[in-house]
Design a binder for this molecule. Structure first.
Ligand code: MSP
Length: 654
C-alpha cells in the first residue's frame, strides 16, 4: 500500500486581489504534491477559499452585492488562476460549502458541551483585515501588530475558547518536537512572543455582523472566522459528516504550509482546537517567508503587485513557477524585481536547460539522422557525468523532504550544467569529423540524452510543461513515476529537433516593456519622480565639505551589504557607465555605476564591494540600477571600497 501524504495550503480570502505573492504558497505546495505523487505516495492536496467574516462582508458591500454572490464570482477567478499555473489539487474547499458549515457547527457544539467554550463579555481591539483580536498591550503604536493597520475598539458578548488551558501542552509540543513548527525562527517567535508570556482565552464568536456560520445554539452569534477557517483542514476530509473515510485515511496532515504572518493561528490556535477535540496533531506546520517588492510585502493595498496572468502569458507558466520555486530562499523573504525575474529565465531556463536540449537534439540529428547507433565506446572520462546523473534523484528527494525547493531545482540544473560542460570537453563536432570516432560520438550523445532524460523527469513536479517537453523531444513520456532515474536505463528511438525551449530575452529592452505593462500604481501620483541622476555617475569633487550632523537612526536607514561582482560590461552608447551584476546575498542585482573612466570591466569582476542595497531603483543609460556601489575618491581617482578579507556576497556592513 502506498504511504499517504496530506498537504494543505491556507484557504484564500476571495478578495479578487491576486498577485505573484499570493501564488507562492500554492505553487510550492503543488510542486511538493506532484513530487510526492511521482515518488509513490498517495497524495491528497487541499486548497480552497475562506469566505466568511467582516472583511468579505465589506468587500461585497463595496461591490454593491451580497456576500454569497460576491464570493461566487471571485472564487471562479481564483480557480482560473490555479488552472493557469498548472496547479493540480485534489480538493478545493469553500467555507460556504454546506457540509463544511454543518461540521463547523458540530465542532463548536462539541467544544461547548465539554466546557472548552464558554460565554462571557469581550472588550478589546479588532483588526478587520487580519480578522484578529488584540488586547491594548499587544497593539503596536495603537495599531494592529501584524499588519500595522487601524483597529476598532470592540465590546461584545462573546463565546470564548479556553486557549489558556492548552498553553503548557503547546509549549511542550513546540519545544520537544522540532519537526512540528518550521523553520526554527518561527518556533522561537511563537515561544517567546506568545506562548511563554501567557495565552489568554480566545473570543470565538461575533455579534456585530452576520456573514458567518451561526453558533448552533445562539442565533445572535456567528462563529469567529478563524475557527471556521482552520477547521477546513479536517472538514474537507469529511470530519463531522456521514462519511469520514477520507478523514480516517489522510488525517493528520503531513504538512500545513503557509506564509509566516499566519503561523500563530496554525501553530497555537489550531493545535489547541485539535487537542480539545482529541484529534492527532499535524506533523508539520511550515511558515514560509514573503515575496517582497522592495522593502514591502507584495500586497494589493500597497499597490506594488505583479500580475501572475501577465507574467505567465508573456513569459510562460513555467518561467513564473521556476522563479517562485527557485529564486526565493525557502523560509526567508525574497525580493521580486523584473530584472531578477528575467535574469533567472535567461540564465537557467534559456542558457543552461534550453541550450543543452537544443544542442543535444541538434547533434543527434545532424550526426546520426535522429537515431543513435547502438555501438558505443565509453571512457573513464564519462564517469563523473554518470555519477552526477545517478546521484541527483536522491539529492533532490532529500531537499524536497526538507521542503527546500530552491535547492532541489539547483541540484537538477547542476546536472544540466555539468552536461553542457561535458559537451565542451568532449567536443562532439571534432569527433564527428573522424570516421573512427563514430562509436565514441554515439556514446557522448547517449550520455547527453541520459542527462536530459533524468533532468526532464525530475523537473516534472516543478515545471510540468518543461519536463514534458524535454521528454517528448527524446521520444519519451511521463509515466507518472520516478522509475529508471539511473544512467543507462533507457534506449532511444528517434530524437526530435524541436523549437527552442524558450527564446533568450533581451533584458534591457524587456525591462522597458515590463514598465509599460505594469499596473498604474495609485501612489505613483504622490511619489517624487525617481531621480535620474546616475549613482556614482560623475563623482563630484572628492571633498564637498562637512555635511550636517545626523542621528544614528538616519544612518540606520541605509542598508549596506557586501556584493560580489559577477559580471561587468560597458553600457552601450555611454562612455561613463559600467553595468555590473552583483550578488548581494539576497539576490543578484543589476547595478550601473559611472566609473568607466577609472576601471576596466575585467578588473571589477570577482571583487567584493560595498553596496547601498536599499536605494530606490533607477534607470541609467537605459539599464536598471538596483543599488549603488561605494568608492573612495581622492585626487588620483577612485578606488573600490572592499572588506579586508573575502567575506562573500551578502555579508552585512555594520
Ligand atoms: N484566509 C487566510 C488563511 C486561512 S487558513 C485556515 C489567509 N488568506 S490569504 O489569502 O491572505 O493568504 C493566502 C496565502 O497567501 C498565505 O499563505 C499567505 O501567506 C500567502 N501570501 C499572500 N501574500 C504573500 C506574499 N507577498 N508572499 C508570499 N506569500 C503571500 O491568510
Amino acid at each position: 500500500m502506498k504511504p499517504k501524504y496530506y498537504i494543505t495550503t491556507p484557504i484564500y480570502y476571495p478578495s479578487g486581489k491576486w498577485h505573484i505573492g499570493t501564488c507562492y504558497t500554492t505553487v510550492v505546495c503543488d510542486a511538493l504534491a506532484r513530487f510526492k505523487r511521482m515518488d509513490g505516495y498517495d497524495v491528497f492536496y487541499l486548497t480552497g477559499t475562506d469566505e466568511h467574516g467582516q472583511k468579505i462582508e465589506k468587500y461585497a458591500a463595496q461591490a454593491g452585492t451580497d456576500p454569497k454572490t460576491f464570493v461566487d464570482g471571485v472564487v471562479g477567478e481564483l480557480k482560473k488562476l490555479w488552472s493557469k499555473l498548472n496547479v493540480k489539487y485534489d480538493k478545493f474547499i469553500r467555507t460556504t460549502d454546506e457540509e463544511h458549515e454543518k461540521a463547523v457547527q458540530k465542532i463548536f457544539q462539541k467544544l461547548y458541551d465539554q466546557g472548552d467554550i464558554y460565554k462571557s463579555e469581550y472588550e478589546g481591539w479588532y483588526c478587520t483585515p487580519c480578522e484578529s483580536f488584540w488586547t491594548k498591550t499587544q497593539l503596536k503604536d495603537g495599531k494592529c501588530p501584524d499588519c500595522g493597520r487601524e483597529v476598532q475598539l470592540t465590546k461584545e458578548s462573546s463565546y470564548f475558547f479556553r486557549l489558556s488551558k492548552y498553553q503548557d501542552r503547546l509549549i511542550k509540543l513546540i519545544e520537544e518536537d522540532p519537526d512540528f513548527l518550521q523553520p526554527k525562527s518561527r518556533r522561537n517567535e511563537m515561544l517567546n512572543n506568545f506562548l511563554r508570556p501567557g495565552l489568554q482565552d480566545l473570543a470565538v464568536s461575533r455579534t456585530s455582523f452576520k456573514w458567518g456560520v451561526p453558533v448552533p445554539f445562539d442565533d445572535d452569534h456567528v462563529i469567529y472566522v478563524w475557527i471556521d477557517a482552520l477547521s477546513n483542514y479536517i472538514t474537507a476530509l469529511g470530519y463531522g459528516s456521514d462519511n469520514e473515510e477520507l478523514f480516517k485515511k489522510y488525517w493528520p496532515a503531513d504538512v500545513h504550509m503557509m506564509g509566516k504572518e499566519i503561523v500563530r493561528f496554525h501553530s497555537i490556535i489550531w493545535p489547541a482546537i485539535l487537542m480539545a477535540l482529541g484529534l492527532p496533531l499535524p506533523k508539520k506546520v511550515y511558515g514560509h517567508g514573503w515575496l517582497m517588492f522592495g522593502n514591502d510585502k507584495m500586497s494589493k493595498s500597497k499597490g506594488n503587485v505583479v500580475d501572475p496572468f501577465i507574467l505567465s502569458d508573456r513569459y510562460g507558466v513555467d518561467s513564473l513557477r521556476y522563479y517562485l520555486l527557485r529564486e526565493i530562499p525557502f523560509g526567508a523573504d525574497g525580493s521580486y524585481t523584473n530584472y531578477s525575474f528575467l535574469a533567472r529565465i535567461n540564465s537557467d531556463l534559456c542558457n543552461t536547460l534550453g541550450n543543452l536540449l537544443s544542442r543535444t537534439t541538434a547533434m543527434v540529428n545532424q550526426y546520426f539522422g535522429g537515431t543513435l547507433p547502438t555501438e558505443r565506446e565509453g571512457t573513464e572520462f564519462d564517469r563523473e557525468l554518470e555519477e552526477k546523473i545517478n546521484g541527483v534523484a536522491d539529492k533532490v528527494r532529500g531537499f524536497v523532504d526538507e521542503l527546500q525547493a530552491p535547492e532541489a531545482l539547483a541540484a537538477i540544473l547542476d546536472v544540466a550544467e555539468r552536461a553542457n560542460k561535458y559537451i565542451d570537453e568532449t567536443t562532439p563536432w571534432l569527433l564527428a569529423k573522424d570516421p573512427d570516432k563514430k562509436a565514441r560520438l554515439s556514446n557522448v550523445l547517449y550520455h547527453l540524452l541520459e542527462a536530459l532524460r533524468v533532468v526532464g523527469k525530475l523537473l516534472l513536479p516543478f515545471l510540468p510543461d518543461t519536463g514534458n517537453r524535454i521528454l517528448s523531444d527524446l521520444g519519451l513520456h511521463d509515466d507518472g513515476t520516478f522509475d529508471g532515474l539511473t544512467f543507462g536505463a533507457v534506449q532511444y528511438g528517434k530524437i526530435t529537433k524541436g523549437e527552442a525551449l524558450l527564446k533568450r530575452i533581451d533584458i534591457n529592452k524587456e525591462l522597458v516593456e515590463m514598465e509599460k505593462l505594469a499596473e498604474p500604481k495609485e501612489e505613483k501620483k504622490e511619489e517624487p519622480k525617481v531621480e535620474q541622476k546616475p549613482q556614482n555617475n560623475a563623482p563630484k569633487s572628492h571633498d564637498e565639505g562637512p555635511k550636517p550632523e545626523i542621528l544614528i537612526d538616519d544612518f540606520a536607514k541605509v542598508e549596506l551589504r557586501v556584493g560580489k561582482i559577477l559580471t561587468a560590461e560597458k553600457v552601450e552608447k555611454s562612455k561613463k557607465l559600467l553595468h555590473f551584476t552583483v550578488d548581494t546575498g539576497d539576490r543578484v542585482r543589476s547595478i550601473v555605476s559611472g566609473v568607466a573612466k577609472y576601471f576596466t570591466p575585467e578588473e571589477m569582476v570577482n571583487k567584493e564591494v560595498v553596496v547601498v542595497a536599499n536605494l530606490k531603483p533607477a534607470t541609467l543609460g537605459g539599464v536598471l540600477s538596483e543599488g549603488m556601489i561605494l568608492f573612495a575618491e581622492n585626487e588620483e581617482g577612485l578606488a573600490t571600497v572592499e572588506p579586508g578579507k573575502p567575506v562573500g556576497g551578502g555579508a552585512t556592513v555594520c
